[in-house]
Design a protein around this ligand. Sequence first.
Ligand code: ZN
Length: 283
Amino acid sequence: MRDFSQDPHWLSINTATIRKSEGKELPLPDIIEACVGRGIRAISPWRDQVAAAGLATISKLVKAHGLELSGYCRGGMFPAGTPEGLQAAHDDNRRAVDEARELNARCLVLVVGGGGKDIALARTQVRDGIAKLLEHSRSVGMPLAIEPLHPMYAADRACVNTMEHALDLCDELDPSKSGALGVACDVYHVWWDPKLQAQIARAGRERLLAFHVCDWLVPTTDLLLDRGMMGDGVIEIRRIRGWVEDAGFAGYSEVEIFSENNWWRREHGDVLDTCIQRHHTFV
Ligand code: ZN
């Protein structure tokens, strides 16, 4: 297992982590500058942040600083109630793939969309949507990473809720393990799963495209915006990292924290310094 105790080399910052500084929106160019200034060499930006600054601007900045993208957030949201809705989701996902390609991201992360009142139908639409998107993403060489979300989001954000389910989809749609389709393993969503270790081993190097870290606070006060800093909660992050590395993953540990009432209220430089320190001590 790699030793992170001194070395920040494999730290990536998901840019949602410092989307706000002291409660105010922080533009992506400022986020990039703050990361680069601390020697952080990888990020994972969100589409809305890229759009606000302009794709060409961000692409130039990323190249100028030699930044890597551990992922691009995000595509997905496949289910819809009408054929037009399904088509609109597909069109938008194609654009997300193209943006990820322009930024040379390691993968496009997919949050697949919620189940609504017919979760079986939604899951079928997710499978079909990924299958259709794969035709495009393969053609431009952009891997898709299905991110299983904690079951508390099954209705509204993602009806794929376990690593096992995500990997079943991968095996169905990409049986040859071509590298075009895999999973994003986010400890926040999967730490509770009794099958986690076995499913990570099953995923293997070919399917493990991203590894996201933060912590599960007890108590958690908001289902979306109360993620903890590594070390402040109950997730055995280092143990899980050991499993993904045993399976062959050798990429970035991407810090992804949404924290309306704590970390987003702080000064973003302090938050980044804390991320670096906790990366050494708890990841
Ligand atoms: Zn994540």
